[in-house]
Design a protein around this ligand. Structure first.
Ligand code: PLP
Length: 428
């Protein structure tokens, strides 16, 4: 009898963290410090790595995956719109872009919207608006806050109030100066004859989850009116219902006398707007909306029918499932639980801050369990969280951020707190 020849399958190298990492080491520009996790797929707020380990995702891709992973509404919008039109140039009108612009204007206030592809690019549009606004008077300088983050383009790092993003890329793009955040007197004192705008985040994200105060927002509005400056806001991370309102300033100023009348002159958006599909936008208040006239600004992919269809479907889900209220209420519960952890583990957790589902807790500068490593305590804590099956992102050296999907379930929030507490127990 002939010996049966059993074909030997080709060596398939897959489902291995090391092999994925090797692809990166050899082929991907090493500009990111990455954790030793290679993700494969997810559903809702659960995500799995290539080895099959399950994680609870409370980082949400840094405030991006607002409906979690593999949401059917996003899949359906992608499939259905891609059967019709994926892209046309901005030489033409398309209905999804117009409808999305109307929805964003409806959520913010009278004005108009420009579409782009990322947060940094949305902010670039605001810088260009400011330049155009001040051009004939020779005004061009934009004041931004210390500890702010506005993106990684050349103007973005000049605008960002953190030295670490600028280092090695000098000289900086001119026209940006930094002021202390939440300090109205400092803003007033910093205004020069060249100043044309002030740009701030409603809640500083990368800077460690620090909300602007209501007095600061209202004070800046009055100051900008008095000095004929544009008040620009970066809503890239803190926007899109994360705080319980569409934009963070609407949440910060709710129930404040006169708060309902507050509007910035320009506002950037990205991240959760597309739930993971790249899209950015900026809104301009009505008096300034036509300053960027035909031929002055553009981008090939901005406002593609596909991106806009996805963004529209996300807005619909947020509305029909009341996810803004959910974010507010679940965020309040998580925040209270984090406060409890501050009380219980004071040697490790110093304080908590944030609004809705944009939360952070600050770790002690020195944590004995982490003393043997030079790495920031926030990174070391994140690694422990990963080992406990929880993904989230640090902000700076001491803050851990929670930026989960807006449809995070209450039992998932409880699971997250339990995982955080399990890590605290091992290091307190
Ligand atoms: C407040 C803020 N602005 C701008 C950006 C830049 O956005 P992108 O990375 O999409 O360019 C970020 C990104 O983290 C951000 O948090």
């Amino acid at each position: 009898m002939m010996k049966e020849i059993v074909p030997v399958p080709p060596a398939i190298v897959h489902n291995q963290f090391e092999s994925v990492r090797e692809l990166f080491t050899k082929n991907v520009v090493p500009s990111y410090g990455r954790f030793d996790v290679a993700l494969s797929h997810g559903s809702g707020s659960e995500v799995f790595d290539v080895a099959g380990n399950r994680y609870l995702d409370l980082g949400g891709g840094i405030a991006v995956t607002c409906l979690g992973h593999a949401h059917p509404a996003i899949t359906e919008a992608l499939v259905e719109q891609s059967k019709k039109l994926v892209h046309v140039s901005n030489l033409y009108f398309t209905e999804p872009q117009g409808r999305l612009a109307a929805a964003l204007v409806g959520g913010i206030g009278p004005g108009k919207v420009f579409f782009c592809n990322s947060g940094a690019e949305a902010n670039e549009g605001l810088y260009k608006l400011a330049r155009k606004f001040g051009h004939d008077e020779g005004r061009f300088e934009i004041l931004t806050a210390l500890n702010s983050f506005h993106g990684r383009t050349l103007a973005g790092i000049a605008a960002t109030g953190q030295d670490k993003v600028k280092k090695g890329f000098e000289p900086m793009t001119p026209g940006f100066r930094h002021i202390p955040y939440n300090d109205l007197a400092a803003a007033r004192a910093a205004i020069s004859p060249a100043t044309v705008a002030i740009l701030i985040e409603g809640i500083q994200g990368e800077g460690g989850v620090s909300p602007a105060t209501a007095e600061y927002l209202q004070g800046l509005r009055a100051l900008c009116d008095e000095k004929k400056l544009l008040l620009l806001m970066d809503g890239v991370q803190c926007g899109h219902f994360r705080t319980g309102k569409f934009q963070s300033f609407q949440r910060i100023l709710e129930n404040i006398p006169g708060g309902g009348e507050f509007l910035p002159d320009g506002l950037s958006m990205a991240k959760s707007l597309g739930g993971g599909f790249p899209i950015g936008a900026f809104w301009l208040r009505a008096p300034f909306a036509d300053l960027l006239s035909a031929g002055t600004h553009g981008t090939t992919f901005g406002g593609s029918p596909l991106a806009c269809a996805v963004a529209l479907s996300i807005l619909e889900v947020i509305k029909t499932q009341h996810l803004a209220d959910h974010a507010r209420n679940l965020g309040a519960w998580i925040s209270a639980e984090l406060d409890r952890l501050v009380q219980q583990y004071p040697s490790v957790v110093k304080n908590t801050r944030g609004l809705g589902l944009m939360l952070g807790f600050e770790l002690a500068e020195q944590i004995p369990a982490f003393a043997s490593s030079q790495q920031p305590v926030s990174l070391q804590f994140c690694r422990r969280l990963h080992a406990a099956g929880l993904l989230t992102a640090p902000a700076g050296a001491q803050v851990i951020r929670l930026l989960p999907a807006l449809n995070l379930k209450p039992d998932e929030a409880a699971e997250g707190i339990a995982k955080i507490e399990s890590v605290l127990k091992t290091i307190a």
